[in-house]
Design a binder for this molecule. Structure first.
Ligand code: DGL
Length: 264
């Protein structure tokens, strides 16, 4: 049996990463779990997000996945070390690949990051920035209204543009050359964010960068599938109808989700 890649997020947002994985790894089978009963993670504590992430990670590991992609910035920021320690498969988060790409794009200039409250408060992007050899301060801003605006489908709405201007104004004073979209939902706001940030700022999408990282890690481990049909299966912890409705917009195609329940 061909082993799948596990992909997990707090809800639908990780589908932006799944979409990038499908593009980069068209022959792989992907098992996606959206923890829709407990979303959002972005307002919760490290202890809670770690507990949820370990439950989901163990569920996917029990399904026999060969690698786990943490397609959620908040779970990566708060729970990646615990997942790496506790699970028996390789784990890739979305932070390190994005930081490396931002460093290259900024070419010595300043870098900014936007994300959920928990991601920004964790300082995980700043730590990754220093580990990657980044110099100077990384400007950061929490943008908690973006997730509900995206799920409402207000991707290009004037209200969203106004919210983006308000959130980004202090960060843009640091004159970043690259801006990391440090939350699963933000790539869908790319046109609005590009307009607000202006021409000189390269927007970094963690999904695309992470997909490239997963390809290279699987390749190095001899786990890459280079031929045959790929595909995706979807699990949620609540509300499959809402997930399927949003998935159609996030993925541009239908997704049928099965419900699983965790005791926690
Ligand atoms: N998936 C989350 C992230 O990328 C956003 C939604 C949430 O707060 O759970 O940070």
């Amino acid at each position: 049996m061909k082993r799948a890649i596990g992909v997990f997020d707090s809800g639908v947002g990780g589908l932006t990463v799944l979409r990038a994985l499908r593009r980069e790894l068209p022959h792989e089978r992907l098992l996606y779990l959206g923890d829709t009963a407990r979303v959002p993670y972005g307002t919760k504590s490290q202890e809670t997000v770690t507990r949820y992430s370990l439950e989901v990670g163990r569920f996917l590991e029990a399904k026999g996945v060969k690698h786990l992609v943490v397609a959620c910035n908040t779970a990566t920021a708060l729970a990646l070390p615990a997942l790496e320690r506790e699970l028996g498969v390789g784990v890739t988060g979305v932070i390190e690949p994005a930081v490396r790409a931002a460093r290259a794009a900024a070419a010595g200039g300043a870098v900014g990051v936007i994300g959920t409250e928990a991601t920004v408060a964790s300082g995980a992007y700043q730590r990754a920035w220093r580990r990657a050899g980044g110099r100077g301060r990384m400007a950061a801003a929490a943008c908690p209204l973006f997730v509900p605006l995206v799920e409402e489908g207000w991707w290009g709405h004037r209200v969203t543009r106004e919210v983006a201007r308000t959130y980004l104004a202090p960060l843009l004073r640091a004159k970043p050359r690259a801006l990391i979209l440090g939350c699963t939902h933000y790539p869908l706001l790319r046109p609005v964010l590009a307009g607000v940030a202006g021409k000189g700022v390269t927007l970094i999408d963690s999904g695309a960068e992470t997909a490239r990282e997963v390809r290279s890690r699987l390749g190095a481990a001899g786990l890459l599938r280079a031929s045959g049909p790929g595909g995706a299966e979807f699990f949620v912890t609540d509300g499959p109808a809402r997930f399927e409705r949003l998935a159609r917009r996030f993925l541009g195609q239908a997704a049928t989700a099965r419900v699983v329940r965790f005791p926690g």
